[in-house]
Ligand binder design. Structure first.
Ligand code: HEC
Length: 206
């Protein structure tokens, strides 16, 4: 009787360990093929992209940040992005659009051919340096970036002025926290470009 019990117990234990071994094998196989639940969840977390930085890059591309924040060279069809200066803002030595400011500020809007410097009813604005250099977003924190885009606050600080046109923060403020954080992570990962963008100017007296 005693021997029988021992044999039954041994059989039970060995079948449990076979079961455990089988289960382990299944989960190993699925993770090596990249389809485990955790791999899928990680992808979903980044909008279908494999990392937060990759998702941020995608968002920056489709939101056209380069249109205003990347200087241009002139090609046969007009301005082309100068990716060696990617997202580094209005070049420090480039003058504002050469227009009569009184006329431009009352009758229309003018921009440099790089689309980085603008004259309008608000005065003159220059697209900011978004690279991780100290002259760009190098010293910014993530909460500053979120405040800047959500509330249109220059430098993302409470005490500062409202952002000027044509920065479309009124559209971008509808991004989710995760989207804004992905953009910030991407901007922190791109090559730093040293470029002190000129100060914005108030409108001329009329
Ligand atoms: C249509 C042109 C335009 C587009 C598109 C644009 N920006 Fe801007 N952006 C500007 C201008 C001009 C300024 C400067 C505004 C000012 O001085 O008040 C600015 C300012 C900023 C600032 C504030 C910098 C500071 O020092 O406070 C941030 C951050 C910024 N943009 C991020 C972005 C991001 C990210 C995108 C894309 C998701 C983007 N911008 C798209 C024109 C643009």
């Amino acid at each position: 009787m005693g021997t029988q019990l021992t044999i039954t117990a041994c059989l039970l234990i060995s079948s449990i360990s076979i079961l455990v071994a089988c289960t382990q094998k299944t989960s190993d196989e699925s993770s090596s093929s990249g389809n485990s639940d955790s791999a899928v969840a990680a992808k979903m977390q980044y909008g279908g992209y494999k990392s937060q930085v990759k998702w941020g890059e995608h968002l920056v591309q489709i939101c056209a940040c380069n249109d205003c924040h990347t200087p241009k060279t002139m090609g046969p069809q007009g301005p082309e992005l100068d990716m060696s200066l990617m997202l580094s803002g209005h070049p420090s030595k480039m003058p504002p659009p050469p227009v009569d400011r009184k006329i431009a500020e009352t009758k229309g809007i003018a921009s440099t051919q790089t689309l980085t410097g603008w004259v309008g009813p608000w005065g003159i604005s220059y697209a900011a340096n978004l690279t991780p250099d100290e002259s760009g977003l190098g010293n910014w924190t993530e909460p500053q970036f979120l405040k800047c885009i959500r509330e249109g606050k220059w430098k993302g600080l409470d005490s500062t002025r409202q952002l000027l046109p044509p920065m479309p923060w009124q559209a971008y403020k509808f991004m989710s926290d995760d989207e804004l954080k992905a953009i910030f992570a991407y901007l922190k990962s791109i090559p730093a470009v040293n470029n002190v963008v000129p100060q914005a100017q108030p409108p001329v007296q009329r």
